[in-house]
Ligand binder design. Structure first.
Ligand code: ADE
Length: 233
């Protein structure tokens, strides 16, 4: 999978060199390109924003550098004309909410582009123009406001990247976790069997795999009902 990121803060993404995603990059499973939006400006101050038409607080990102940056990342590879169009994700608190289902959909793509806006957002014409040459998704990490799309893009890239076949060593660990079956995860325990006076639930030491699976499922349902009842509807 190829992932391109356009941002005015490329240094944010240096953390993608570590851990599982770092390994996936080294092995070639993930090809990551980070592009500085200011490299596509042509003025001395490398300006990327301006005041909003119609007035109002804050600044809006100008369309010209975005147009050139996206020209570059969308054209920089000879594409098979039969291949699906790349997906361009605009992280935005005004988008559809990101979920495990979204991560699974995007993990099946060949080429993702994350267009990280700052300030009050990007001129809407950038989104509209991009929709003429790519599949556009405006996606929110959740119902809160961040200073820009970078942290949201990072979270999405981690959730998506670990679902790309080969990135996580043991694929079984992906199917047993929170949200994969619509329930929250069951609690986990390891050695020692007693720690600071607290013991492990005896069923987990019984060796009875059927009973353990049943207990874990019960724990998932109980935890989901208590913490996230809306997931059971
Ligand atoms: N940019 C600012 N807030 C955001 C959010 N909640 N999700 C995605 N991108 C954002």
């Amino acid at each position: 999978m190829r992932i391109d990121i356009v941002t005015i803060f490329p240094e944010f993404f240096s953390v993608l060199d570590v851990s599982l995603l770092g390994k996936a990059r080294t092995s070639g499973l993930l090809r990551l390109g980070v592009h500085d939006l200011r490299d596509y400006t042509h003025d001395r101050h490398r300006t990327v924003d301006d005041t909003p038409y119609g007035g109002g607080a804050g600044m809006v990102m100008r369309p010209e550098p975005w147009g050139e940056a996206l020209d570059d990342v969308l054209a920089s590879e000879q594409r098979d004309p039969a291949a699906p169009l790349p997906v361009v994700v605009f992280p935005s608190p005004a988008g559809e909410v990101f979920a495990q289902t979204t991560a699974r959909e995007l993990a099946g793509e060949e080429h993702l582009v994350f267009a990280c806006g700052r300030y009050e957002g990007i001129d809407q014409r950038v989104v509209d123009h991009t929709a003429t040459r790519a599949r556009v998704r405006e996606i929110s990490l959740g119902d809160y406001v961040l200073n820009g799309g970078e942290v949201a893009a990072m979270a999405m890239i981690e959730a998506i990247g670990r679902l790309v076949p080969g990135v996580v060593g043991n694929p079984e660990s992906l199917t047993e976790e929170s949200h994969e079956n619509g329930l929250l995860e069951y609690p986990s325990y390891t050695k020692p069997a007693e720690w600071r006076g607290l013991t492990v639930p005896p069923i987990l030491l019984s060796g009875n795999h059927g009973a353990i699976a049943q207990w874990r499922h019960g724990q998932q349902v109980e935890r989901t009902r208590r913490v996230r009842p809306e997931l059971l509807d």
